[in-house]
Design a protein around this ligand. Structure first.
Ligand SMILES: [Ca+2]
Ligand SMILES: [Ca+2]
Ligand SMILES: [Ca+2]
Ligand SMILES: [Ca+2]
Length: 321
């Protein structure tokens, strides 16, 4: 299984290149989104916290950097509520338990989710210096990460939280070999167990996320928050031409369940977020996926095994209640 996954990673690298923006190009998600904790959840963020993991392949032993685009909350790309009063804190973790701690792989910021060793942190409020530009964390040494056999690599974690205020912070990451430029690390990847993001303000644009269906997955439960009836969420896979998923309205979670087909094991799902017409503007949403054991499944920014394409007719079995 580990060997197979490793082959998948290698295949992924060879077929999809080495881009490491987060969100990635294939995802077509304009920004990650985290609100200040005084915001109403009806603006689209359920918990004011977003964790991302970076995977550094074991072959890579040079220093690297985690760059943040528009880390502040103010200016063009962020979402104002009243006046700008939001403070966001970014924290980078490595070391033992950074990823293997169960709470770190959950979808709510509770328990020991800030596990591991704190390597760097910085708070940003409104700051024209970092508006529409990059702040760089690092350099980090790959050896500071947590070694995980399953991934044949080292894992780092970055958590962004809105610790004051009520505005929406929009931002992106880039895992880079260079402090001043975006240069990808070959074979690296990034993943999260819950995705809080901004949809495009353009109904022609379709966003995607790609959960990986591990061996042993029987059903997946797809949960989405504050979708605001903005079009459809459609699931594509090697065995699925497009299943619509139940969507949420204002300030609520909604969930739907799909039974996993054999062909879908060890492939990625493609969740397509297709916008409604007329346009729903500034829509922020949160999505997570759980298996039948109630474990959250990771979304990889470079989809494992590549972007799935439907491979033909497959008989669908109804889910038994
Ligand atoms: Ca405000
Ligand atoms: Ca800004
Ligand atoms: Ca921002
Ligand atoms: Ca929303």
């Amino acid at each position: 299984m580990i060997k197979q996954l490793y082959i998948f990673i290698l295949l992924t690298i060879s077929t999809l290149g080495i881009a490491q923006p987060v969100p990635n190009v294939e995802e077509n998600i304009p920004y990650l989104m985290t609100f200040g904790l005084e915001a109403e959840t009806s603006w689209g963020d359920d918990d004011f916290s977003q964790a991302f993991f970076f995977l550094i392949p074991e072959e890579y032993d040079q220093p690297f950097f985690i760059r943040v685009f528009d880390p502040d909350t103010g200016g063009d790309v962020d979402e104002i509520a009243g006046d700008w009063n939001t403070r966001s804190v970014y924290e980078v973790f490595g070391g033992e338990l950074c990823w293997t701690e169960d709470d770190a792989k959950e979808t709510n910021p509770s328990g020991n989710y800030k596990s591991g060793t704190l390597l760097a942190s910085r708070a940003f409020a409104q700051n024209p210096r970092y508006d529409n530009s990059w702040y760089t964390f690092g350099p980090f040494n790959p050896a500071q990460g947590e070694y995980v056999e399953y991934y044949r690599g080292r894992i780092f974690k970055i958590i962004c939280e809105g610790v004051a205020g009520d505005d929406g912070n929009m931002y992106r990451y880039y895992l880079s070999t260079d402090a001043n430029d975006n240069r990808p690390i070959e074979g690296a990847n990034a993943f999260a167990y819950e995705y809080s993001f901004r949809m495009h303000n353009d109904y022609e644009e379709v966003s995607h996320i790609y959960p990986y269906i591990e061996t042993g997955t029987v059903t997946v439960q797809i949960r989405n928050f504050d979708w605001d009836d903005d079009g459809n969420i459609v699931v594509i896979s090697v065995a699925r031409q497009g299943s619509d998923v139940m969507i949420s309205g204002e300030d609520e979670w909604w969930k739907d369940e799909l039974r996993v087909q054999d062909e879908e094991i060890e492939t990625s799902f493609d969740f397509r977020f297709v916008k409604a017409r007329p346009l729903v503007r500034n829509n922020n949403v949160v999505v997570n996926v759980r298996n039948q054991r109630d474990e959250a499944l990771p979304f990889y920014t470079i989809p494992m095994g590549g972007v799935p394409t439907y491979k033909g007719e497959v008989e669908f079995l109804p889910i038994e209640e």
